[in-house]
Structure formats: C-alpha cells, structure tokens
Design a protein around this ligand. Structure first.
Ligand code: ASP
Length: 351
C-alpha cells in the first residue's frame, strides 16, 4: 500500500470555546456540549475517510481561562501521541487562540507534523455555525501528506474561515465576523476553496534528522507596557518596578517611537540596569519596528531597549516566557534569541 493510500489518523483534542458549546433549548444560554451531542451534530467527522480519535478536556474551558500549565499539557499530549497520529487538531476558543498557538510553536521544537488550532464564532449546534467547515477542513489539512508521506504543513497553525495561518503570526481581529483572525505580516500558508491551495514556499520545514523536542519550562515574570499620550511617570515606574520582573514588551507608536521625556528614558535605563529585558513592539498591527528611524526611538536604543521587528504581541510575550523559562538566568542568551527568528515568528533581515 502506498503512503497515499494508507488511512490517515488525526487526534482531535477539544479544549472548549464556542465551537464545543450548544444552546440550551429552554434558556437560550450557551454551555459546553457533551461529546455525544457533538458527534450527533457532526456525523461527518466519522465519514471523512480519516480516522479521528477524540480527546475532550474535562471540563471544557473558555479560552479566557487558558494558561501556561494548560499549554504545557497540550504540548505533552502531542508529544506523547506523536508517533501514533499523522496530525493533530485542537479546538479552542478564539479569544486566546493566538497565544496558545504561539506558545505551542515554541514548546514543540522541530515539529514535523501539523498541529492545527481551530474554533468557531457560532456554536456547533447553531444552524448557521461556522464550526463544521472550520473543523472538517482543519482535519483534512492535519492529515495531508505528500507522495513520500511527509506532512504538507508541519507547523503549528490556525485554520479559520478558509485561511490557514502560521499560528505564531496570528491575531484575533474581529469578535463578530466569521473571519476572526488575520496574519498581518505573513501570507496564509494555504487557502481553502473548492480545492485547498497550499503555498509550500511559505512553509517552515523541520530538519528531518532532528527529533521533536518538548520545551515546556515557562517563566511568567513578564509584562506589557502599552504607551499612550499622557501616560504618567508613576504608571511606567509601577510596571517596571514589579518585583521579580524579568522582561517587558513595550508597545510603542508607529515604527517603534516613544515620547522623548527624560523621565521615560531614565526609567527604562534603570530597568535595563537591573537586567530587565525590554523589547520594542509597535502598536500597529502591520509593519515592523525600526529603531533609530526617527529621533523619538533613539532614546529607546540608548536605554538598552531591543527591537521586536514585525512579531505579534501574542508571539512576543509567549516567546519571552519560554526563553526565560528555558534559559534561566542567562539573560544574554535570552536577549540574543529574542532577536532571532526561531520558528517563523518574526522577519529578521539577513545582512
Ligand atoms: N469566549 C470564547 C472563547 O474564547 C469565544 C470563542 O470561542 O470564540 O473561549
């Protein structure tokens, strides 16, 4: 039997979110569906020609309750079942899906199989739900292989409303539209219409000689400091003065600019002297930080702030937690790796 003819298998992990909810007939309120109900709503799951094994969380959770221990649990589930399945699909609430996808992309080093996160804006039990299409296509993509039996997209991805995105490039952009996600700085890896069109030149392929490595140590001593006109010295110092703080995302304007107040530069310098790593991320959803392009970012360079290029906030904060967890007190290495593209999360110009 050729690789193409073999029955493919996918492990479907349910974490919760709107996709796995149903509307109570009496009250109209949304609540988690049980797996039996889910299967009744989606008999197609078992007629796709792909073996789908289901693994539901108990209890199912809203993605607002996602956290690093649960990321680690998901990464471990994939690691432990890695040899048994051709691919993995994780159903997840949309609210924090981009954070989980980013965290998993760092935790599953040298991933060689697809891990596709998906969800929906309307629950599975609602007639117009987007759940079926998102889930069925995600499963098909997770099982897709080339002639040699290699995964077509061996990455952590988000599939939503006909687009397959690199997970660590995504942001939730709309709380209402079916097209809830966007990858502003990187093109989709595939587009699903009548056929699924893959764009292999955009896909990251692992070094097949290296095995999958699980890296789940996390350090949560991080923060996000979002600038706004009128932000006070008190606010900035309160954030930078958090006990045990190790790294901060500073969300700046435009190409990475900040007010030129002397107190801001001083506060950042003092933090940097305490070995706190500060990374500059633009508040714009699209485009990149260019430190030193305007005078208003020179202060930041002087204060020891490093540039985050075109990374998303979701990917940057999870990358910080992961790098600090894995590298302990080795701040030099963390600083260096924050400026390195590890798994497609940022564009780094090669000079
Ligand atoms: N609050 C839900 C969640 O993120 C929203 C959704 O699933 O779309 O779990």
């Amino acid at each position: 039997m050729s690789e193409r003819e073999k029955i493919k298998s996918v492990l479907l992990i349910f974490t919760g979110g709107t996709i796995s909810m149903t509307q109570d007939k009496d009250t109209g309120a949304l609540r988690p569906a049980d797996m039996k109900q889910f299967q009744e709503y989606m008999p197609e799951l078992f007629h796709s020609g792909i073996r789908v094994d289901m693994l539901p969380f108990d209890p199912l959770i809203d993605s607002s309750d996602m956290n690093p221990p649960i990321w680690s649990k998901l990464a471990n589930l994939i690691y432990d079942n890695y040899e048994r399945y051709d691919g993995f699909v994780i159903t997840h609430g949309t609210d924090t899906m981009a954070y989980t996808a980013s965290a998993l992309s760092f935790m599953l080093e040298n991933l060689g199989k697809p891990v596709i996160l998906t969800g929906s804006q309307l629950p599975i039990g609602v007639l117009r739900s987007d759940a079926k299409e998102n889930l069925l296509t995600a499963i098909e993509i997770a099982a897709e292989q080339d002639e040699e039996g290699n995964a077509v997209v061996p990455e952590v991805c988000i599939f939503f409303e006909a687009r397959l995105y690199r997970g660590n490039r995504c942001t939730k952009k709309n709380s209402e539209h079916f097209a809830a996600f966007k990858s502003y700085n990187y093109e989709p890896l595939a587009i699903a219409g009548v056929h699924i069109h893959y764009f292999p030149h955009l896909v990251n392929y692992p070094d097949t000689k290296k095995p999958l490595r699980l890296r789940t140590k996390i350090d949560q001593n991080v923060a996000i400091l979002k600038l706004f006109p009128g932000i006070s010295e008190k606010t900035v110092k309160a954030i930078l003065g958090i006990e045990g703080l190790r790294a901060v995302v500073i969300e700046t304007y435009g190409a990475g600019n900040a007010p030129s107040d002397a107190w801001l530069c001083e506060a950042l310098k003092t933090a940097a002297e305490k070995d706190i790593i500060i990374v500059n991320k633009t508040q714009c959803v699209s485009g990149s930080v260019e430190m030193g392009r305007y005078e208003t970012s020179l202060n930041l360079v002087e204060a020891g702030v490093i540039g985050g290029n075109d990374i998303t906030t979701e990917a940057l904060i999870t990358k910080m937690m992961y790098l600090l967890g894995e590298n302990g007190d080795d701040t030099q290495t963390v600083r260096r790796l924050l400026q390195t593209n590890l798994c497609g999360e940022m564009t780094v110009e090669v000079s």
